[in-house]
Every structure is written in C-alpha cells, then in structure tokens.
Design a protein around this ligand. Structure first.
Ligand code: FES
Length: 383
C-alpha cells in the first residue's frame, strides 16, 4: 500500500516526497528503529544521523551516565533538604534583637534556594539526558495541521520506544534509573510538604501572647511598663516637647527602634486644644500629650508629615490624612481606620511610659478585624 502523510509539508504545496510504498506485512514486521525511520520519512524528515551515542558500557558511555545521574542526585538532595528545612528549621518570628533572629531570617532564603536548586538541577539533568544519553539524531521535520493519522501515531510510538531502547533506560543504567526515581520522589515529596505545610502550624497557638497580637509596647512579664524613648534610647519627659510639637518615639527595649509596628508619634497639643477621644480610649492621654501609632492604616507607610496649624497628619505614600483633633480619624485618602492610640502616663521618675500595649491592630488590614469588631476585647487585654 501507499502511505502518505496527510498533512504534507508545512506549506501544503508539495506532498510527493512524503508518500511511501509499504505493505501491511512490512509494517507489522518492522523493528522499532525501522518504524522510527519510516515515521521520519512520512514527515518529510531526512535522518542524517540516527543511533546510539556511545557503545554501551564504553568509558564514554559510563562518563555520560555518571554526569546525568549526578544532576538527578543533586535534584533529590536539594528536594530532601527543602523538606527538612521546611519542617524543622526554626521559622517562628524572631525580633531584630533576638539571638535567633539570624536563623529565622535565613528560613525563607533557604527554602527558596533548596526548592529552586532542586528544580534547576532537574532541568539540567533532563537536558543532559537528552544530550548525552538519548540517541544522536540530526533531522529536519515539517509540520501538519489536525489530528494525526493511525500510521503517524504508530510510527511515533515506535520512535519513542526505540529511543528508550537505545538509551538503555529499561535494561541497563541502574544508577541513572535510581537517580531519576530519587529525583522524582524527592521533588514529589517537596511539592506535597510545601502544599500541606501551611495547614500544619497555628499562628494563634499562644493565644493572647501570639506574636501577631502584641507589640513591643506590651508591659514585660513582671509588669514593668515600657518607656517612650528617642531613637538612641533616651527616655522622654514632658518638658522635652514644646506645645504644638510632635516627636517620633520608640519602645525603650533593646532594638526598640527596629520593630516595624513600634514607631509612635507623641504630640503635645496647645493648652485648651480640644481633641475628640474615641470610645473606650478615655484616659489614654496624659495632660496635653497624646501618642498615636505612626504606621498608616492603609498599607503601612510611616505617616510623618504633621501640619501643626490644622492638626492634620499626612501619609506620603497615598496621601491619606488623619485628623489629630478628631482622634486621628482618616479624613482624606484611602486609609479607612483611625491611627491606634497608645495609652501613656508618667513613671515614678517622670518619664513617659506606655500604660499597656495598643488595644487595636497597628497598620493596615488585619485578618481578624471582621472576627473581632471590638478588637480590644479579644483576645488582647489591657493591663
Ligand atoms: S500607606 Fe498611607 S496612604 Fe497608603
């Protein structure tokens, strides 16, 4: 019979070169290599070179196998390292001055490096496999549109299995097969652990002491209240501020200026300047002094521009404005929540201290906001 490639060549102008005379008996009796060559011929492909790269068992063959196996073994090692680091590396949030901060800071880079390295080495291994192990082939192929004919599918499967045969992946190459299985298994495990990992840890496990509920303004375990300090740690007294001025202060703990949720604006308003106090926050001020979080409730930029005449505080990022005289209510821009107020008083030495932590969420959107409309009542408690 005459078998013709239905698609002809890519341009569809000349298909005569892809018509081949072959009987049914001949087709049935063809070896895989012959089927592969027939498939190439039907596609208008000239196989200039086709065959095994190296003599099986020759030094060159063993070298190629070792090289490819090494990439797959690296894939497996990095995938297993990813799983180990993902599960066992100390990943709980550590503050900037904690001894464990470096280990915590390395967590994300390490899981990225190990998983990324594993995928990279798998890619290199596959390319190396194609270049060093699979049969050498120089061919030119035309394309066709639509569904492939039966003969095309049959010859293609012959070609694929012939490549597997010639690569020795079934009968030989135990090391290569083993490394491939390891690479696939390791990566599969890494993908599974990565996908399920997020369901394992409960960020609220410590209840009211969970890291996301507290800021460095929370009194210490023995009840010591935290002082308001300058960036260099100098504690602040009332006489340090002039009427109508504002100063940025930080919690008086080691590395207090490094906490992202800690910066506070301490205002001293002019005498008799009326300020609205939000419900439940009565007494948070000390005389004419008011302390508010500096972290914008839109997306967390530091609100830094204090307009003394109007009592407006401006956020430079997206131009939100907060009205100091109206309890830091947002009056312009995208921010929708007031800046949280920090309750303050003086300690026995006359320095400002925080009476308690904030009683509401600092900064932008907080995923428990809807769940706890009265954020201060649960689970954070005022001391
Ligand atoms: S972060 Fe302040 S307005 Fe957007």
């Amino acid at each position: 019979m005459t078998i013709t490639n239905p698609g002809g060549n890519a341009a569809g102008t000349d298909t005569s070169h892809s018509a081949v005379e072959v009987s049914d008996e001949e087709l049935k009796s063809m070896s895989r290599e012959e089927l592969a060559r027939l498939g190439a011929k039907l596609d208008g492909v000239e196989l200039v070179e086709y065959g095994i790269r190296y003599e099986p068992g020759s030094p060159a063959d063993k070298r190629a196998e070792r090289a490819v196996s090494a990439w797959f073994l690296l894939t497996a090692i990095f995938a297993i390292a990813f799983v180990g680091i993902f599960l066992f590396w100390p990943h709980e949030y550590q503050t900037a001055y904690s001894d464990s901060q470096l280990a915590y800071a390395l967590y994300t880079p390490l899981i990225g490096l190990t998983l990324g390295g594993s995928l990279l080495f798998l890619g290199i291994g596959v390319v190396a496999l194609a270049k060093k192990i699979t049969p050498h082939e120089v061919a030119v192929q035309t394309r066709h549109d639509g569904f492939s004919a039966e003969v095309d599918r049959k010859t293609l499967s012959g070609e694929v299995f012939d490549v597997v045969d010639k690569s020795g992946l079934v009968k030989r190459r135990g090391v290569l097969k083993g490394s491939l299985v390891l690479a696939g298994g390791g990566l599969g495990l890494a993908a599974t652990v990565g996908a399920l990992g997020g369901f394992v840890k409960n960020p609220w496990a410590e209840g009211a002491d969970s890291q996301l509920w507290v800021t460095p303004w929370a009194p210490l375990a023995d009840g010591t209240k935290i002082r308001l300090t300058q960036q260099d740690g100098t504690p602040v007294r009332p006489e340090d501020l002039e009427a109508g001025s504002m100063s940025t202060v930080y919690p008086g703990v080691s590395g207090g200026a490094k906490f992202s949720d800690a910066p506070v604006m301490l205002f001293r308003v002019r005498p008799n300047q009326g300020i609205s106090i939000r419900t439940g926050q009565e007494g948070f001020q000390f005389g004419d002094y008011y302390a508010y979080s500096k972290i914008c409730t839109h997306v967390g930029c530091p609100v830094s521009l204090y307009e003394q005449q109007t009592g407006r505080v401006l956020c430079p990022c997206h131009q939100s404005q907060f009205d100091l005289y109206d309890g830091m209510r947002p009056v312009f821009g995208p921010a929708s929540r007031p800046l949280p107020q920090l309750p303050i008083e003086l300690d026995s030495e006359g320095y400002f201290v925080a009476t308690s932590d904030f009683i509401e969420a600092v900064g932008p959107g907080f995923w428990e906001n809807g769940k706890y409309p009265a954020w201060g009542s649960s689970p954070k408690e005022q001391s």
